[in-house]
Design a protein around this ligand. Structure first.
Ligand code: AMP
Length: 116
């Protein structure tokens, strides 16, 4: 049983957030502590703690998240240059254990620097 996180509370409307997109499978919000001028989080309604916890039954959902991410970047006007990051595990900085894709844009990202 997946544990409830701050993101499931946001999706349930129990905690406020700046929601920029939603559909039946996912919600996108502005990151509360942005690391770039545009910093959005694309969050599936289904609680999957980490990417590596996704299973075969999540195949269509994962595809949906990728397509939604492109749409959300387009809607935000950053489709020409944005970075998508998924942190999987505390060792690389995952702090909220509810799968989410970071969309980052609006600042210089060097080739070598994959983090944010
Ligand atoms: P990660 O480190 O990949 O788990 O990313 C979690 C992200 O969630 C961080 O960038 C936080 O700034 C962001 N965050 C945490 N709480 C909230 C919140 N209530 N509303 C919006 N973003 C949040």
């Amino acid at each position: 049983m997946a544990t409830e996180t701050i993101f499931s509370k946001i999706i349930a409307g129990e905690i406020p957030a700046d929601i920029v997109y939603q559909d039946e499978h996912c919600v996108a919000i502005k990151d509360v502590a942005p690391k770039a001028p545009t910093h959005l989080l694309v969050i599936p309604r289904k609680v999957i703690p980490r990417l590596c916890d996704a299973s075969e039954e999540d195949r269509a959902l994962l595809g949906h998240l990728m397509l939604a991410t492109g749409d959300i970047a387009r809607q935000a006007g950053v489709e020409e240059a944005f970075r998508v990051i998924i942190n999987n595990g505390a060792g690389v900085g995952q702090t909220v254990f509810h799968l989410h894709l970071h969309i980052l844009a609006g600042k210089e990202f060097s080739e070598a620097q994959l983090g944010f």
